[in-house]
Design a protein around this ligand. Structure first.
Ligand SMILES: C[S@@+](CC[C@H](N)C(=O)[O-])C[C@H]1O[C@@H](n2cnc3c(N)ncnc32)[C@H](O)[C@@H]1O
Length: 286
């Protein structure tokens, strides 16, 4: 396990992922019924942007820092932006909450959270960061064994974030295999699967997930430049959302378009947000 999120924290990819996470949790909280947030690859929860490794890559300068300085930010991003600003102790951008801390911040008294992290040191940091809370449970397991094992959750209204490091060459097929088990146990959950775009190789994943017809599926993604044929560094990212909340596609589409425009490097990138219902997702999507 070589991946360390503190090199990439606050990047354009984190902003996209976390802005969508806040949007989905907001949608779930429109109903006065408790829900459960599940995070399969939780990371450490809190990131000090001044730490040496983060300062070496400074990816947050092209991500969250850029968004916080945007002249006219999209109103749909206000909740996420406020959350990040509130998280700062002294005004300046010095720390950044990971997905479990963002969710914890949004949790209502009856909502629950189950988080998982495999890296031993990161798991210990995560537990310390989240603190003792009877509604929050931390697991130290392999994500693909953990997730089916805890489903269905209580309460059985849940949003599940699957955010792997994509170190394994078979990560996409591991996710697909895992989703099969998960849907047998919990077909009504909202599953959010984040993926990087480094070449054309992500296309079979989105195509395959649509072919499975597991549930209505929203695909939203953008690239900052044209997609190279061969593997490069990360040039874009996307989110597949299975069972998206009703009518969420408009807000997700607006957020994706806005972030693409804010972060793009030239005019060769692309963005898209498409909703596939069970009837239409037989068609091949790229
Ligand atoms: C992209 S980071 C997670 C970032 C976090 N979700 C966030 O948004 O703040 C991926 C995390 O997955 C952990 N990880 C790697 N392989 C794992 C596995 N098989 N099961 C669970 N966690 C794993 C890594 O240690 C890393 O902390």
């Amino acid at each position: 396990m070589n991946y360390r999120h503190f090199y990439h924290v606050g990047s354009f990819a984190d902003v996209f992922k976390h802005a969508l996470l806040v949007t989905i949790i907001d949608a779930l909280q429109q109903k006065n019924k408790p829900f459960c947030y599940i995070d399969t690859h939780a990371g450490i929860g809190n990131y000090d942007l001044t730490r040496e490794e983060t300062q070496r890559s400074k990816e947050y300068l092209q991500g969250i820092d850029k968004l916080l300085h945007a002249q006219d930010p999209l109103p749909d991003l206000k909740h996420y932006i406020d959350l990040i600003n509130d998280y700062q102790h002294h005004g300046d951008l010095r720390c950044y909450p990971g997905s479990p801390m963002i969710a914890k911040h949004l949790l209502r008294p009856d909502d629950h959270m189950i988080v998982n992290e495999l890296h031993p040191a990161d798991f210990n940091s995560l537990k310390l960061t989240l603190g003792k809370n009877p509604n929050i449970h931390c697991h130290h397991r392999d994500a693909y064994e953990f997730l089916p094992a805890i489903l269905p959750p209580i309460p059985a209204r849940a949003c599940i974030l699957i955010d792997p490091p994509f170190e394994r060459t078979d990560e996409f097929s591991a996710i697909l295999r895992c989703l099969h088990y998960c849907f047998q146990r919990f077909p009504t959950g909202i599953y959010m699967i984040w993926y990087p775009i480094v070449s054309l190789q992500h296309r079979p994943f989105t195509r395959e997930i649509l072919r499975e017809k597991l549930a209505p599926t929203l695909v939203s993604e953008f690239t900052l430049t044209a997609i190279p044929q061969e593997k490069s560094g990360i040039i874009g990212c996307g989110m597949v959302i299975l069972n998206p909340p009703w009518k969420i596609e408009k807000i997700i589409g607006d957020i994706t378009t806005y972030l693409f425009t804010l972060f793009k490097k030239d005019n060769s990138g692309h963005y898209r947000t498409e909703l596939f219902t069970n009837e239409i997702n037989q068609r091949d999507s790229n």
